[in-house]
Design a binder for this molecule. Structure first.
Ligand code: DGY
Length: 321
């Protein structure tokens, strides 16, 4: 019997291919960079499964290129804004993602960014390297304290809650959050208050974004929102770059409308080295490494492979979108 063909859009932790081998013919994109559009369209031809990454746009054109054999798209990420879900559903193609296993890793990066920006680590480290550090400076590199301050979580899902638990537990922070519905457990255990976005922005010393990217959340934080924030506020984004209007952010940081920003995600990715954000001392940008721990990436690879196997077998996906 011929095996179904699976297109894998990048090199992944070995567990992914180990689980798939024997069940499918693997057609894996080589190299460290994502497939070009043309390579993707070619690569998926005749496939029954696609293992995609957030850098691969999976839309009607790709589904057409794959053809009628396609049964499952398994995204190696918790976010799936790169996939046209309605299009896949219309064609009865199952779609899966990798929730839960990257929650802790991503929450840790949000806090690393928050602390680094609050305590100006980027500027301090640069001063050490450049020789600007000449003495212990009583007035130098002064930052912000966290203890007892107010944390605003925009999007109280799994990752938002993991950040809130760390910050409330570790730094005794007051918690405000936005969410579709009130979270009674968060309110009871963490003293959370479910508030409108404008109230959260006005009250919070630290604002961390955890909403998925959609048409409603694109540019959720723009010039009007920065106007509501405290001049001492820090913004952290570990969700998706497009949630923030980046031009407005650059303006807010340059004019010190807010204290600083820590970004694991941006628009575009990678950010061109000429981007004005990179000229600002109060902006720290890291290369979308929220889930980049060995444990998280292995577990993501395993979930992505299990979703694919289930989809190929025509069974419900263990982690369906
Ligand atoms: C995701 O999973 O959506 C992250 O952005 C990458 O791990």
């Amino acid at each position: 019997m011929t095996k179904p063909i699976v297109y894998i859009a990048r090199q992944l932790p070995a567990i992914a291919t180990q689980l798939l081998e024997g069940h499918a013919e693997l057609r894996q994109h080589a190299g460290e960079l994502p497939p070009t559009r043309q390579e993707l369209l070619e690569g998926v031809k005749g496939c029954a499964g696609i293992l995609s990454l957030l850098s691969d746009r999976i839309d009607a054109e790709v589904l057409d290129a794959a053809g009628p054999n396609l049964k499952v798209i398994s995204n190696f990420a918790v976010g799936y804004n790169n996939i046209e879900i309605a299009e896949a559903r219309n064609r009865q193609i199952a779609v899966g993602n990798t929730p839960d296993v990257l929650t802790d890793a991503t929450a840790d990066i949000a806090i690393a960014l928050l602390l680094s920006v609050a305590r100006r680590l980027k500027e301090g480290e640069r001063a050490v390297r450049s020789g600007e550090w000449t003495t212990w400076e009583p007035l130098g590199w002064m930052g912000l304290e966290l203890q007892g301050k107010t944390l605003g979580i925009v999007g109280m899902g799994r990752i938002g809650e993991a950040v809130a638990r760390r910050m409330v537990g570790g730094w005794g922070m007051q918690l405000r959050y936005t969410a579709r519905t009130t979270k009674p457990l968060v309110d009871a255990q963490l003293g959370g208050r479910h508030v409108p976005l404008a109230e959260l922005l006005a009250d919070s010393d630290f604002v961390s974004l955890h909403v998925p990217l959609s048409t409603e959340t694109r540019h959720l934080i723009g010039a009007a929102e920065f106007e509501l924030m405290k001049p001492t506020a820090v913004l952290v984004n570990t969700a998706r770059g497009e949630i923030v209007d980046q031009e407005a952010l650059e303006g807010a940081l340059r004019t010190r409308r807010i204290f600083g920003a820590g970004l694991d995600v941006c628009t575009p990715e990678p950010l061109p080295t000429s981007d004005p954000l990179l000229k600002l001392d109060n902006c720290l940008v890291v290369p979308h490494i929220g889930s980049a721990t060995l444990a998280a990436r292995d577990a993501m690879a395993e979930r992505a492979a299990r979703n694919l196997l289930a989809g190929l077998a025509g069974s419900p996906l263990p982690f369906a979108v």
